[in-house]
Design a binder for this molecule. Structure first.
Ligand code: AMP
Length: 191
């Protein structure tokens, strides 16, 4: 089984690379950001809460995100593997993911961390916002708040996987194909 945590700051290219990984390795893609945006478009209670938090550039509560991941994993038991995109974003989430997978006799193969400097990601997110219409991608204050949340709460998750010898760092700068080639090489060692 190939279970990847695709990691990196907002705008690192996780979504783009996830699509290519899924196509090549036939994994189930779980993007917590996409799941929340689906709730927002359905205007559910969870969606309303998510809208408010996302528009402030903050993180959703761990318990909500962990329940969401648990449901998705249970739905796809028996698949070839998972790619976790945008989760875990805190060490509490990382510990919960570890235990959820262990309960189902699975484990993370590796975390792939896309390394991109802050000025580049701000530029990329603003460009993406102009195309996608994502409100949290259009406003520089929200973008900087998201990067601050990343630095304070999410970056430590890398240490969690490093301690378990499950960290692979990849430069997230270059063409989409160049970056994917490096990811593909790493993933191929696990299948
Ligand atoms: P993304 O599309 O991954 O950039 O996620 C968009 C927003 O959804 C983030 O800025 C957070 O507000 C929220 N979000 C997504 N995933 C998580 C998570 N694992 N934990 C907490 N908040 C999350």
């Amino acid at each position: 089984m190939l279970n990847i945590v695709l990691f990196g700051p907002p705008g690192a290219g996780k979504g783009t690379q996830s699509d290519l990984i899924v196509e090549k390795f036939k994994l189930i893609h779980i993007s917590t950001g996409d799941l929340l945006r689906a709730e927002i478009s359905k205007q559910t209670n969870l969606g309303k809460q998510a809208q408010d938090i996302i528009n402030k550039g903050l993180l959703m509560p761990d318990s909500i995100m962990i329940d969401m991941i648990q449901n998705k994993i249970t739905e796809h038991i028996g698949c070839k593997g998972f790619i976790f995109d945008g989760f875990p974003r805190t060490t509490v989430q990382a510990e919960a993911l570890d235990s959820l997978l262990r309960q189902n006799n699975m484990e993370i193969s590796t975390m792939i961390s896309l390394e991109v400097d802050t000025p580049i990601i701000v530029e990329r997110i603003l460009k993406r916002g102009a195309i996608s219409g994502r409100s949290d991608d259009k406003n520089e204050t929200i973008i900087l708040q998201r990067i601050s949340e990343y630095n304070h709460k999410t970056a430590p998750v890398k240490e969690f996987y490093k301690k378990c010898n499950k960290l692979t760092e990849i430069q997230g700068v270059g063409t989409i194909q160049e970056i994917f080639s490096k990811i593909e090489k790493v993933c191929s060692t696990f299948v």
